[in-house]
Design a binder for this molecule. Structure first.
Ligand code: SAM
Length: 380
């Protein structure tokens, strides 16, 4: 089936951007959501793609060359993604195997937790191949279990949003071993596919700057604070289940002196008076899109200004944004305006991004979704 695209879409696809929006499709044919079509411009072949008229992102490119899209096609792509990540086996038992478009598999996310796989299928096209994808994963890994952790994005593709065991059996509590640190996490009830795997490298980098006292804000399972391994650590996290994981993880990693505060970080900062030499701010995405950016910037400014008040001179502040609506430049601007209020200087010590198993392809700007900076506070 041929589908004509507009000139602007053609120009984007020439630079290997993989998405075509609804208003860039000249005319939708009769189709089943997720059907594979040939995208054409002036009737000339441009790419093969999943087509879904229900979704704002109406076409997701699978290939820029005419090819058979069958089990072999998906198996080769999955094997390529796995090979690229082999070296991570020396560092951790848990990492992302397939990261959707950034591994040329639009709408397929697969995370490996040792013998268990957690899968998130976010496009109607990939859903149509779910049976084949499962066969491939079972052939390659022979896993104990495969679990589907459904993302809300599925609703935008007209798919149901159900979590379920797809194969074998699943454990809920699972022990991640990462850079000789251990973390208990919940694969079934935990956030994301069970753990913030994308912060692995950053936990290690930021952890090295740990001093006497760490404040880990939005701590989830306690990753940053545990890596920093300070004589005293305070964790602030709103989710009760995450707080119980922090406690288990502190014990597992022999952190002796710590406090877990189950509250809203914004409230906590209203009254906190203690000083710290490492503060981490790793909130959820306050702005999922550009429209929500203004409110998100206001929230961020409050967090940074109030954290700077608690930071010792010579101390470190790590900022992370997991939405590309707030990018690294925004974080730097926020840090600068906050330091003016604080009367301090900030040195940018590290520029950070998501770990390598969540690839950032430069032809897909959105694939850079997690950015961070590590700053050092100076006063004269
Ligand atoms: C991006 S995750 C943190 C990941 C963590 N730093 C790690 O490396 O695993 C954000 C966390 O903030 C928590 N959270 C969300 N809103 C919050 C709030 N207002 N106050 C405290 N915690 C909050 C969420 O429950 C989630 O665990």
């Amino acid at each position: 089936m041929k589908v004509e695209i507009t000139k602007s879409a053609f120009e984007k696809l020439r630079k290997k951007a993989p998405w075509v929006y609804k208003n860039e499709i000249v005319k939708f044919p009769e189709c089943i959501p997720g059907d594979i079509v040939d995208l054409v411009y002036k009737n000339e072949y441009v790419a093969s793609a999943f087509l879904n008229p229900l979704s704002k992102i109406s076409a997701r490119v699978l290939s820029f060359e005419k090819t058979h899209i069958d089990k072999e096609f998906f198996k080769n792509r999955i094997k390529k993604a796995i090979k690229k990540r082999n070296f991570l086996e020396k560092i951790t038992n848990s990492y992302r195997l397939v990261h959707s478009e950034a591994d040329f598999l639009p709408g397929l996310i697969v995370d490996k937790y040792a013998d268990y796989l957690v899968v998130d299928i976010t496009s109607a096209g990939m859903e149509n191949f779910k049976g084949i994808i499962l066969e491939i994963l079972i052939e390659i890994f022979n896993p104990k279990g495969i679990y589907q952790k459904a993302d809300k994005i599925r609703l935008k593709e007209g798919l149901e949003n159900e979590n379920e065991i797809l194969y074998g059996e699943m454990v809920d509590e699972f022990e991640i071993i990462e850079n000789n640190k251990k973390f208990i996490t919940n694969l079934i009830t935990g956030q994301k596919t069970g753990f913030f795997l994308d912060q692995r490298k950053n936990r290690k980098i930021v952890g090295k700057y740990g001093g006497k006292k760490t404040l880990d804000l939005f701590s989830n399972a306690g990753g940053f604070g545990i890596y920093a391994n300070a004589p005293f650590t305070k964790f602030v996290e709103i989710s009760a289940s995450a707080c119980s994981l922090i406690e288990k993880n502190c014990e597992l990693n022999n952190l002796k002196n710590y406090e877990i505060i189950k509250t809203d970080v914004f409230k906590f900062l209203e009254s906190e008076k203690e000083k710290y030499d490492l503060i981490i701010i790793d909130p959820p995405a306050f702005a999922k899109n550009k429209n929500a950016k203004k409110g998100a910037l206001k929230g961020w400014k409050y967090l940074i200004v109030n954290s700077l008040k608690l930071l010792e001179e010579g101390g470190y502040l790590a900022l992370f944004s997991c939405s590309n609506a707030i990018n690294q430049k925004d974080l730097l601007d926020l840090a600068l305006s906050s330091s003016v209020i604080d009367g301090s200087f900030l040195e940018a010590v590290e520029f950070l991004k998501q770990d390598i198993d969540h690839p950032y392809l430069i032809n897909i700007p959105n694939s850079l979704y997690l950015t961070g900076i590590l700053l050092r506070k100076e006063t004269l």
